[in-house]
Design a protein. Structure first.
Ligand code: R5P
Length: 298
């Protein structure tokens, strides 16, 4: 097995290779003067399994195309199998035509990967309207979760806290992690008015416990922090309801459009993410779950 990366997940790829005791081989990647991609392997791939570790952020289009060029070249050079580990899988939120004429980008992304890689491994993908990744991927597509790692982080840092999901989709993290650590949890109701404008409210439905936030440590958990709007609105509401300290945990920290100052201004005291996307807020290390999922491929 040979592990490589294209730049977005360099550190994670090297750590994974070290953990599995396999070769990490850097690619030579550059651009021709007209920006065409130049790509070169520096190791023989004959009958080897190549693992490309590359989150599709930043530069989602470019990294998708780089992955395709890398996978196709590997096969051309005799690789037996090409596995893509994309800890963050972009485009998954566009899983339906919300307005006439729109692209269902998740399907297109999956189609491109189906044609060039043999297997996909990802972490906490945004699978909501699809039943599973297999609904869009023809290749084996493994969806790992960082839930146990987040639960361990929460247990280590708080004796007691309320775990909060900013929308019903996030209950697969917030509510499940709360169950695992034995903390209270609550879920907000989110209305998305546009990609940059959301509002949240506390809903009291019969199956949701009425949880008091007064004087509590509140940990907001979501899969993606992109513009930070969702978490910021949740934090403002939670602060109004008397929370003492607010922490935001995101599996995938994209932090676009000044998300960090926005979150601070909304009253978020601490922000923690996993290293699915490299960022200074990384505090949850996914290397062990990736290594476990690759062991049988060695
Ligand atoms: C959407 O349903 C996701 O789970 C996140 O809540 C969303 O992607 C966060 O985006 P933003 O940070 O831009 O509000």
């Amino acid at each position: 097995m040979i592990i490589t990366s294209l730049g977005n997940s360099l550190k994670l790829a090297q750590e994974l290779a070290k953990k599995l005791n396999v070769t990490y081989s850097p690619l030579t990647i550059s651009a021709f003067p007209d920006e065409d991609l130049y790509l070169k392997f520096n190791i023989s791939l004959k009958r080897k399994t190549l693992v490309i570790v590359e989150s599709l952020f930043p530069y989602s289009q470019k990294s998708l195309l780089d992955i395709i060029f890398t996978a196709e070249t590997a096969k051309d050079l005799g690789a037996k199998k090409v596995i893509l580990i994309a800890p963050y899988l972009a485009y998954m939120r566009q899983d339906k035509r919300f307005h006439p004429g729109e692209a269902i980008s998740s399907k297109i992304m999956a189609k491109l990967l189906n044609d060039s890689v043999d297997k996909l491994i990802t972490i906490d993908p945004h699978v909501h309207r699809y039943k599973s990744l297999q609904q869009v991927f023809k290749i084996p597509a493994v969806s790992l979760t960082s839930n146990h790692l987040i639960a361990a982080y929460v247990k280590k840092h708080w004796k007691n806290a309320v775990l909060l999901g900013p929308d019903w989709e996030s209950s697969q993290w917030a509510a499940r992690i709360a169950e695992e650590v034995g903390f209270e949890s609550t879920i907000l109701e989110k209305t998305r008015h546009s990609s940059r404008h959301v509002s949240v409210k506390l809903v009291k439905t019969p199956n949701l416990k009425a949880v008091s936030l007064q004087g509590k440590n509140v940990v907001i958990i979501d899969d993606i922090i992109s513009t930070g709007k969702t978490i910021a609105e949740a934090a403002k509401l939670v602060r109004r309801l008397g929370a003492k300290m607010i922490t935001a945990i995101g599996v995938h920290g994209l932090f676009v459009e000044n998300a960090l100052p926005k979150l601070k201004k909304a009253g978020v005291n601490r922000i923690v993410t996993s290293n699915c996307i490299e960022h200074k807020s990384n505090g949850i290390d996914v290397v062990t779950i990736l290594a476990d999922s690759l062991k049988k491929e060695k």
